[in-house]
Design a protein. Structure first.
Ligand code: ZN
Length: 203
């Protein structure tokens, strides 16, 4: 726990804007990561916005737990076994920002169905579940489709997030396609100079 708090403080010192917290349940994806008690520790370590990515089979009952633990943004998957509009409403009722994520095999339209209820759409640029995979360039057409649709339909404030395989090169590709929130894990933590890489990711 002390380690996680230290890593969060390192990110803060490097100028990171948000902390992205991957929650995996061993069912929606094979891996298991953290639950809401760990988020409480992170909350105590930083005032940065905490962005929770729920890669879980049914997020319905996780929303209150993570809201209570200090989440600022909660993302649920369009492919999860829940009532997506109801969950997005529940997130907003807790005063948090709400987002929908889509896996690589899922078309952009699945997320666009919920755009009126979304502060952000997350386009996964790797298969969820494991760190260190390479960025899927072909996902950029989905980012472009979502950005175009948002601009043409009165949702120009929509954030578009990409998650997976982000480094200085792919960050540029993602920004050009219309993404404005980039999640970096491996590249940031392995960087010789975290502050320098963070600046490069932001462009
Ligand atoms: Zn994530």
């Amino acid at each position: 726990m002390a380690d996680i708090a230290n890593e969060v403080r390192r990110c803060e010192a490097a100028g990171v804007d948000w902390i992205h917290f991957d929650v995996m349940d061993g069912r929606f994806v094979e891996q298991i990561t953290y639950g809401s008690p760990v988020l409480r520790c992170v909350r105590r370590a930083t005032e940065l916005p905490l962005d929770i990515h729920l890669m879980v089979e049914d997020p319905t009952h996780q929303i209150d737990l993570f809201a209570d633990a200090g989440a600022d943004i909660i993302t649920i998957h369009a492919e999860s076994a829940c009532d997506v509009p109801m969950c997005l409403e529940k997130i907003h009722e807790r005063g948090l920002k709400a987002a929908v994520a889509i896996k690589p095999q899922t078309p952009a339209e699945r997320a666009l169905d919920f755009i009126a209820q979304c502060d952000m759409i997350l386009v996964m640029t790797v298969e969820p579940g494991y760190g260190g995979q390479s960025f899927m360039n072909e996902m950029m057409t989905k980012v472009e489709t979502i950005r175009r649709y948002a601009d043409e339909n009165g949702f120009s404030k929509l954030d578009i997030q990409v998650d997976g395989g982000i480094n200085a090169d792919t960050a540029k590709t993602a920004r050009t396609a219309g993404a404005n929130v980039l999640v970096a894990g491996t590249s940031l933590f392995k960087a010789k100079d975290m502050r320098e890489l963070n600046a490069a990711l932001k462009g």
